[in-house]
Design a protein around this ligand. Structure first.
Ligand code: IVH
Length: 694
């Protein structure tokens, strides 16, 4: 269980006349909330509440500059741009690690055999206990805490001297600025600063949108952010951290934390607020190391971050001391690499593909190459600017990269291998599929085919989008079949799908009766869907899964969404002007409404929720606390209803609570409400409020 944080409401009564005790308490609370948010991923208070506390702290520090300390949560960003980084000497050198390049599992056996030999263990001795960890693909960092306060963050550099990047490291929410009492007076924590794949993708998308250079991989993006001289830019590059070791540590007094084994040490660091990967495990002997290597290898693509191998470490710190070092590398640890995620190949051609929204994407066709665990034959060049920047030409030798389930990319071209006279790639100004004009709007990175559903490429993509697993899910309707159906002019629009009979399908080339039957059954099954899936499946520009869910939750019914005004759409969380306009444009087109009507007429159906309140945000500004068991609805359901109407749901009762919704067996929260004179509702009262307004 994560530590619980005292309710914030109790703090506010002191706000008018801040005293030092209150100030210290407020800071402690903000640290605790930040830890829950960034490290445990389990916030206890809403973001807005956190922001309010944060601003309160800023105000107090402004009034009492003498109270301001570098460990304050307000000090994560704020430094000035530097001219250069200052060099710092590491108190304890940052070692490198021996690498086992044999990407077979036997690499683990080699290490175990060596360790046993060095420790003089014979066949009969029991297996050595190791800790197996992912080898994070970022950059090594040393964090120095004195009296529990982060005073210095330094890169590895040459192992002896690194660079002082404290300003930038402070901006990483996962890194504690201060530690709980009783940590050693000097404590250096070592670990890896890295960028999550989703953060990396978002960062590159933003860079691309702004016409700026994209980053080659998560490691380069992380290194670039850490070495940013302007901390305000570094703060916009989302970084993460995993702890995996120690540097200098002052002697631990008896009764203090146990660092006898590497694993215990990591657990202690975790209890002090450092992120430690959940993939770290104790492994007994070579057999379990091999199993770990294989298991992490299988999970690699699905992880949220890049790793380039695993690291094995002897668990006992006593044995580590006995084994010692060779030059700069410990004998008790080894890195065991996975197959590379970057490879060389040649460009056979550059094709332009047309997407669902008419977007033209240049794609490099590659000589097949095995990279990141799959054979890659295509790599996206994204758009005209990106293609020009990378200047990929037919015949070029290029580095391709594929990490995780991310789409393969051309990283760079080996210019010295370019064939003479290879022509530069230019974007076509007509759609390569339907011949309609392709235009690039001002401020847009992409060319779009103007053919709309006249363009068979767009039609095909629209159908595939609707049929995909995350939309209505029509199993077995893949791109080959859609190509066939559209090319043979059997289907033109989405509803045509549901008019396909067994005969039409079975008459297609290479279609067995059994397969045709399966498709008919899959179509039938897909008719029972949900509103978010259906809405997402329509393929409205800018309406992804999350937005579709938010819209469905807010409005409850499709008709309400189709008729909502821009203003009403903007009231939905996550819906901004671009999304709202896109929805309006879509539903203002008669043919799109017809598609919806025809799909319904074909039997596509979903449960509709309660209608949205006429004036949305009926309950905005009102805070609810739900307690006890409600007679018909679950608490989550009640919470959803309240939030959909603009209200907030809090965990504890205070003077700021507007209503307490109480069911059977309501306990202390009800008593507290009565003490404070907060209005109490039952379920029926809540429903009345939701229906009539307050
Ligand atoms: S331990 C004495 N553990 O790999 C051993 N290193 O060391 C010191 N790395 O650039 C390193 N994940 O940043 C260790 N779980 C892990 C690691 C790890 C990544 C990096 C480290 C260094 C390189 C070689």
């Amino acid at each position: 269980m994560p530590p619980s944080v005292p309710p914030v409401h109790d703090l506010f009564s002191h706000a008018a006349q801040p005293d030092l005790t209150y100030f210290v308490e407020l800071k402690r609370n903000l640290h605790a909330h930040a830890h829950r948010y960034y490290v445990l991923d389990d916030p206890q208070i809403p973001d807005a509440e956190y922001d309010r506390l944060f601003q309160e702290l800023q105000a107090i520090e402004f009034a009492h500059p003498e109270w301001l300390t570098p460990d304050s949560p307000t000090q994560r960003v704020g430094g000035r741009p530097l001219d250069a980084f200052v060099s710092v000497r590491h108190a304890v050198p940052m070692l490198s690690i021996r690498t086992e390049t044999d990407t077979e599992a036997s690499g683990a056996e080699n290490f175990d055999a060596r360790a046993r030999r060095e420790l003089g263990l014979d066949e009969s001795a029991s297996p050595i206990a190791y800790v197996a960890e992912p080898k994070f693909d970022g950059l090594a960092m040393s964090l120095r805490y004195e009296q529990g306060v982060l005073v210095k963050a330094a890169t590895r550099g040459d192992g002896e001297m690194g660079e002082d990047v404290t300003q930038n490291i402070r901006t990483i929410g996962q890194i504690p600025l201060r530690l709980p009492a009783k940590v050693p007076s000097v404590l250096e924590v070592r670990g890896e600063v890295y960028m999550r794949r989703d953060d990396f993708e978002a960062l590159n998308a933003k860079q691309r949108e702004r016409g700026l250079k994209t980053f080659v991989n998560t490691r380069n993006a992380a290194a670039g952010a850490v070495r940013q001289l302007d901390p305000s830019i570094a703060a916009q590059r989302p970084l993460s951290f995993f702890a995996y070791g120690l540097g200098e540590v002052t002697a631990v007094q008896s009764g203090g934390p146990s660092f006898e084994t590497h694993f215990e040490m990591l657990q202690t660091l975790k209890s002090w607020g450092f992120p430690v990967s959940a993939l770290v495990q104790v492994a007994q002997g070579a057999t379990e190391l091999v199993a770990y290597y294989q298991s992490i290898g299988q999970q690699r693509d699905g992880l949220g971050f890049d790793i380039d191998g695993v690291v094995y470490k002897v668990n006992s710190r006593e044995l580590q001391r006995r084994m010692g070092f060779v030059t700069r590398e410990p004998r008790w640890a080894v890195a065991h690499k996975f197959p590379a995620q970057e490879q060389l190949t040649t460009v056979l051609g550059i094709e332009v593909q047309v997407g669902r929204t008419g977007k033209l994407t240049p794609v490099a066709k590659l000589a097949p190459v095995f990279v990141g665990g799959v054979t890659v034959t295509n790599a996206t060049l994204h758009n005209e600017d990106e293609a020009r920047r990378k200047d990929v030409r037919v015949g070029d030798t290029v580095i391709v990269r594929r990490a995780g389930d991310v789409i393969p990319e051309v990283v760079s071209v080996l210019l010295d291998k370019r064939v003479a006279d290879a022509p530069q790639f230019t974007m076509p100004h007509i759609c390569p599929v339907c011949g309609s004009a392709a235009v690039r709007e001002e401020d847009e990175a992409d060319y779009r085919c103007t053919g709309g559903l006249f363009c068979s490429a767009q039609r095909k993509q629209a159908i595939l989008h609707f049929a995909q697993r995350r939309a209505v899910e029509i199993e077995g309707l893949g791109d080959k079949l859609v190509d066939q159906l559209v090319d043979a002019k059997v289907i033109h629009t989405l509803p045509d799908l549901y008019r396909l009979g067994f005969t039409a399908l079975a008459n297609l080339d290479r279609m067995a009766d059994k397969s045709a039957q399966n498709i008919v059954a899959a179509l039938e099954k897909s008719k029972q869907t949900t509103l978010p899936r259906f809405l997402f499946g329509l393929g409205i520009r800018h309406v992804g899964e999350a937005t579709a869910k938010a819209l469905a939750k807010h409005f409850g019914q499709l008709d309400t969404i189709m008729d909502a005004t821009l203003e009403q759409l903007l009231e939905v969380d996550d819906v901004g002007p671009i999304v709202a306009q896109s929805l309006r444009t879509f539903f203002d087109q008669r043919h799109n409404r017809e598609v919806v009507e025809q799909l319904r007429a074909c039997g596509v159906t979903w449960p509709e929720g309660p209608p949205a309140p006429v004036t949305a945000k009926l309950l905005s500004g009102k805070t609810f606390v739900i307690t006890g068991t409600l007679p018909t609805m679950g608490r989550d359901e009640a919470k959803d209803l309240i939030e959909a109407a603009g209200g907030k749901v809090a965990g504890s009762v205070s003077k700021k609570t507007t209503f307490v919704v109480a069911g059977a067996e309501a306990g202390s929260k009800l008593t507290k409400a009565q003490e404070l004179g907060v209005a109490v509702l039952d379920e029926a009262g809540l429903m009345e409020l939701l229906n009539d307004g307050a």
